[in-house]
Design a protein around this ligand. Structure first.
Ligand code: FDA
Length: 502
């Protein structure tokens, strides 16, 4: 079959991939991006590209027959999820034995489905987790660059204080303050000028219409509006959507060959392609990148891939929990889907927690305060390759989350005691007030300085690079995409200078 050749291939189109494609193009290197999800730009029959949260349809999930929201019940009733047609939807939930991982699918990766919270980590913690990376350089150059390129902005305090849509966050702030805790505004890539106009009723509502994890139809500066727009604008980047890279191997003449399946939105494979390249950049996310390298190593296609690939994976200590407020503290039937406030109990705490105050966009009064807590959890999972299914398995047990649950419990017990409130027990499909069986922040699997060198070069495989969240060692202490972006900027600059321009 006709083999296609291109100088560089970038697998995936999330943060690491988007940075890489843009900077390669600026250096004059053409690249082909292969993305297994769709290009989300064509409106459906309802006039919207994405289906929204209230009545999710097939556009919401990646090949599932029922939606699988993290908050799955209300008063223990299975009223949240609904049946859908299996389809190449925008949000995936990958279920391993005792841990489920959410990830975005589409041109823009996680940027299409995430909450947009754009947080630069505490410098002391960054230095602790990645001691081999020059922090001076990161904080002087690459974090500011990432923030600028991503279009990070912060909500205006006067708007936050007056709009109905952040009543839920003000109630949570009051409860935290009563317990002597500090809250902080969280920057975001959602355009807060647009949100003000939503509030004023002059533009179509998106965040204020409960849109987030199944895609925002307006207002969010996802990667297709920032890095990827710039990359495509150079004329040197081609993106092919609905193309899944199944396997990679070495090209006998140098470089790499990719086996690629092109499929339709129903999942039927319509073409099989072999694409070869000189430089191969993996930006398929923590799971995607790790699986490609693990498969290559274990099938003998790239036997020199380090034994470190598959190790050092973590959940960023994610735990979700919810509190019940008093009747005189309603959280509001109108809630912005974009979180802007967090309880910052990290620096100086023995069991640190950074807890975003999350909306519960139910469209009715629930008196619920919902939180996604990021904790410091030293436990790590390990991936192995299963030859029978050609997929990877995750060795991670529920008890590995005990540290995270205990840290969250200590914090929220303190808030409950100070306010004479309780947990909500009905929201997570069980009677437990903590959801510790999923993560939004999969990190690691190909850790920087272990499976790769200190700039993401895969050890033992010349011209093969990891660009994404697989590089981070299981924890960053805050929402991860700013760190993924900044690290990708740092790494590609070095790779272009030393491996390509030279
Ligand atoms: P990312 O996962 O973004 O992209 C990888 C891409 O590769 C995907 O598009 C995928 O389809 C594609 N791919 C995978 N395998 C492939 C293959 N074999 N062939 C072709 N393509 C393949 N973070 C944050 O900082 N603030 C926040 O508010 C949130 N909120 C949040 C909410 C939800 C619901 C989720 C799921 C995640 C978040 N996150 C977040 C996390 C954040 O989105 C995540 O850390 C980044 O998207 C990771 O970026 P990567 O570059 O690693 O890959």
């Amino acid at each position: 079959s006709g083999e296609l050749f291109t100088p560089a291939v970038v697998v995936g189109s999330g943060y690491g991939a988007a940075v890489t494609a843009l900077r390669l193009a600026e250096a004059g290197v053409a690249s082909l991006m292969l993305e297994m999800g769709q290009l989300w730009q064509t409106p459906g029959l309802d006039g919207n590209v994405f289906s929204g949260m209230v009545n999710p349809d097939r556009r919401s999930y990646w090949f599932r027959s029922r939606t699988a929201a993290p908050l799955s019940t209300f008063l223990w009733l299975d009223v949240v999820n609904r049946n859908i047609e299996p389809y190449a939807g925008v949000l995936d939930r990958v279920d391993y034995d005792e841990m489920s991982v959410y990830a975005g699918r589409g041109v823009g990766g996680g940027s299409l489905v995430n909450g947009g919270m754009a947080v630069t980590p505490l410098r002391s913690y960054f230095q602790e987790i990645l001691p081999g990376v020059n922090a001076d350089e990161m904080y002087a150059k690459y974090f500011p660059l990432a923030n600028r390129m991503l279009g990070v902005n912060t909500i205006a305090p006067d708007f936050f204080e007056r709009t109905d849509y952040y009543g839920f966050a003000r109630v949570s702030r009051k409860a935290a303050t009563a317990a002597g805790l500090r809250t902080t505004f969280v920057p975001n890539v959602y355009d807060f000028d647009y949100m003000r106009r939503e509030d004023a009723g002059t533009v179509p509502k998106s965040a204020l219409n409960q849109e987030v994890i199944y895609g925002n139809n307006h207002g969010k500066r996802s990667l297709d509006k920032s890095y990827l727009a710039a990359a495509v604008g150079t004329g040197l980047v081609t993106i092919q959507a609905l193309h899944r890279v199944a396997a990679i191997r070495r090209h006998p003449g140098g470089g790499y060959v990719l086996s690629v399946d092109q499929f339709d939105t129903a999942g039927t494979v319509i073409a099989r392609k072999e694409i070869s390249c000189t430089y191969l950049f993996l930006g398929a996310g923590s799971l995607g990148t790790t699986e490609l390298l693990l498969r290559a190593r274990e099938t003998g296609a790239l036997p020199d891939v380090s034994a470190e690939v598959g190790r050092g994976w973590g959940t960023n200590g994610n735990v979700m929990t919810a509190r019940a407020n008093h009747l005189w503290d309603p959280t509001g039937s109108r809630q912005s889907a974009i979180p802007v406030l967090a309880i910052d109990a990290w620096a100086g705490y023995e069991n640190p927690v950074f807890a975003e105050i999350a909306p519960l966009p139910a469209g009715l009064e629930t008196w619920v305060s919902l939180y996604l807590a990021i904790t410091r959890n030293p436990e790590r999972g390990t991936f192995t390759y299963d030859h029978a299914t050609d997929r990877m398995r995750l060795a991670w047990t529920r008890d590995q989350n005990t540290t995270s649950v205990n840290a969250a419990r200590a914090l929220f017990d303190r808030i409950n005691q100070a306010n004479l409130t309780t947990y909500r027990y009905d929201l997570f499909g069980t009677t437990k007030p903590f959801a510790d069986d999923f993560t939004y922040h999969p990190l690691g699997g190909c850790v920087l300085g272990k499976a790769t060198d200190l700039h993401g070069r895969v050890l033992g495989c010349p011209n093969l690079y990891v660009t994404d969240s697989a590089l981070l060692p299981g924890s960053v202490g805050v929402n991860p995409f700013v760190t993924v972006t900044a690290l990708a900027e740092r790494n590609i600059e070095r790779v272009i200078a030393e491996d390509i321009a030279a």
